[in-house]
Ligand binder design. Structure first.
Ligand code: ASP
Ligand code: MG
Length: 423
């Protein structure tokens, strides 16, 4: 008998109908002879609504209370799901993250899992129950306070439980049929990927693909837990994410896995920086001390006449204000003329381990962008990724052009988005 962990996202359990539909699926898995652990997210946009409410009563809610509030969303869905399963004649018990043994550090709103002790889940399974666990939450090891893992953290809960319970697979049910070669909301002809390596999936997640969170994939790779991403709205096979292809199918590693895009970043240009040692260090020390993560960096060639240069970098839009303030405060220490802030940028990334050994990928990428009339502002590369920054308005067109140029278009419109408000 196998043990499977299934995770259902908010759009899969958005209303009573959704909960009943998901309950049927879970019962099927159980009837097929599996022990089943289910991780569930809050219904629909519940988490966003709770955040809105908190902001109405306090502009800066305390982390502890904020987490206490948000975890209520998953409590609602887990209890309703257990009821729906019982109504189908099967035994189910729901558990909060804390009851399920999800132990975290005490960083509210973005806690990290440090241990999982699922004793109660094991017992529930051994007694023949389906165990339902509230996603995205845990309890802090030192203070015993309730914590949350950050937005979208239910996927991480599912993988962490799968690792702790030594599950055969972690199935992530969502509102699309799997991982696609591009965001199906932007590229109609995006193709479903049958299998993708942890490495390529990590790069896609880091480059803006939202199907799976980076942290969740990182966790799965560390414990070697295969993930099967699939839709709860269809019976189709989804995408397998694992270290090696799974099953009898010999799936070849594609040269290019996909095209990701991200419009959540902004660009800061530090203008008129003296071209001498220590300048970049001073700028990025300032940013680091403000606890801001940056993404790309470029330094222009300095103008010979002035000996001054410009340094640009990208960072999450949400950190823009903080970064500008920190740099302004250190203006005399660093020594620069002015700052430019631009939040109308987008990033397009081509990902695939095959580019390591296939010459011409970079050239073809730039040709595709040029043919589409897209101007490139910044470039960065890793062994298995090329990224460019463009105007935000150019992103959809650029993604489609690159997707077509690399032969990723499917013959049919196979990408269906079943639900979710994309909020
Ligand atoms: N309900 C939480 C959120 O919306 C966690 C999750 O969905 O994974 O971010
Ligand atoms: Mg959600």
């Amino acid at each position: 008998m196998g043990l499977v962990v299934q995770k259902y996202g908010g759009s899969s359990v958005a209303d009573a109908e959704g909960i009943k539909r998901v309950a049927k699926r879970i019962v099927e898995a159980k009837k097929n002879g599996n022990q089943v652990v289910v991780v569930v997210s809050a219904m629909g946009d519940t988490t966003d609504e709770l955040i809105d409410l908190a902001e109405q009563v306090s502009p800066m809610p305390a982390g502890r209370e904020f987490d206490m509030l948000l975890t209520a969303g998953e409590r609602i869905s887990m209890a309703l799901l257990a009821m729906a399963i019982k109504n189908l004649g099967h035994e189910a018990q729901s558990f909060t993250g804390s009851q399920a043994g999800v132990i975290t550090d005490s960083v509210h709103n973005k806690a990290r899992i440090i241990d999982v002790t699922p004793g109660r889940i094991r017992t529930a399974l051994d007694e023949g129950n389906i165990a339902i666990v509230a996603g995205f939450q845990g309890v802090s090891q030192d203070k015993k306070d309730i914590t949350t893992l950050g937005r979208g953290g239910s996927d991480t809960t599912a993988v962490a439980l799968a690792a702790a319970l030594d599950a055969e697979v972690c199935e992530i049910y969502t509102d699309v049929d799997g991982v696609f070669t591009a965001d199906p909301r932007v590229v109609k002809k995006a193709k479903k990927i049958e299998w993708i390596s942890f490495e390529d999936m990590l790069e896609l997640a880091a480059s803006g693909s939202k199907v799976l969170l980076h942290r969740c994939v990182e966790y799965a790779r560390r414990y070697n837990i295969p993930i099967h991403v699939r839709s709860s709205f269809s019976g189709l096979q989804g995408t397998w994410v694992s270290s090696e292809p799974i099953g009898d199918k010999k799936v070849e590693q594609a040269i290019i896995s996909g095209v990701a895009h991200d419009t959540s970043e902004a660009k800061i240009t530090v203008v008129g920086v003296p071209d001498k040692p220590g300048e970049a260090a001073a700028i990025f020390r300032t940013i680091a001390d403000a606890e801001i993560n940056i993404d790309m960096v470029v330094q222009n060639v300095s103008a010979a006449s002035t000996g001054l240069t410009d340094i640009s970098f990208t960072l999450p839009k949400t950190e823009g204000r903080k970064a500008i303030d920190a740099l302004e405060k250190n203006r005399s220490g660093i020594g620069f003329d002015s700052l430019r802030y631009d939040d109308q940028i987008g990033k397009i990334s081509l990902v695939g381990a095959g580019m390591k050994t296939n010459p011409g990928v970079t050239a073809a990428f730039f040709e595709a962008l040029s043919n589409a009339g897209v101007n490139i502002e910044l470039i960065s590369t890793s062994e298995i990724r090329i990224s460019v920054v463009t105007r935000a308005d150019d992103v959809p067109e650029a993604v489609r052009a690159v997707h077509t140029a690399f032969g990723l278009d499917s013959d049919s419109d196979e990408a269906v988005v079943y639900g979710g408000t994309g909020r």
